[in-house]
Ligand binder design. Sequence first.
Ligand SMILES: C[S@@+](CC[C@H](N)C(=O)[O-])C[C@H]1O[C@@H](n2cnc3c(N)ncnc32)[C@H](O)[C@@H]1O
Length: 247
Amino acid sequence: MVADGYFDEQVAARYDESVPEMFDPGVVDPAVDRIAELARGGRALELGIGTGRIALPLAQRGVEVHGIELSNAMVARLRAKPGGEAIGVTMGDFATATADGTFSVAYLVFNTIMNLTTQAKQVACFRNVAAHLEPGGCFLVEVLVPELRRLPPGETLVAFHVSETRWGIDEYDVAAQGVTSHHLRLADGRLDRLTIPFRYVWPSELDLMAELAGMRPRDRWGGWNREPFTGESRKHVSVWERPDDSS
Ligand SMILES: C[S@@+](CC[C@H](N)C(=O)[O-])C[C@H]1O[C@@H](n2cnc3c(N)ncnc32)[C@H](O)[C@@H]1O
């Protein structure tokens, strides 16, 4: 793995166009609404800020946003966009890196908690977030529900995207609680391949990580529009808060 992690120059150069559905206002706007509500006029910290898909529209709403990010190549794309220069970014691993000051809300969207590939690193991330939050501050995570129910016995592969030019296949290692995402893309007659390892994580496990970090559950929705979280939900948006002992 190179210094920029899995989001190197080649990946960063086509990140936005490779996930156009994630830039749809129908996806971005409610996410920005929820995070702006939790910011309550204070500062927001995005872990894995990337090219600014959420950070830039959030900043346009008047929220002061700061990011933590591993990839210089992704931050270069953020910087190249209008308003991108004004957003502070701490370069480093969001499980351990320290940003200056405290925040009303920290958020980790688009399954990025799964980029931490051990339980210990995911727990460290919760502890790191708690150390950055003001009393009463919140941590929001958007992440998929592990798709084990779609795996017939003996199978390890689940297709998560199939189109004319893009294919995405998740390869589960159930014993290790790992999933490797294989992305294949046909462009200009060439087949590009990107393989990224993840650690899938259960909602209840995240609640325990929050508790270990001194935070308590506040909300769990099935989506950004506060849809109920049910047994059929494919993802969840969960919020924990750092108790305000003074109130
Ligand atoms: C799927 S992208 C999401 C980017 C952005 N949050 C969005 O929603 O479009 C994941 C981002 O997290 C960054 N990342 C992954 N693991 C990281 C880590 N341990 N520390 C800091 N950044 C990390 C990657 O470099 C990448 O920019």
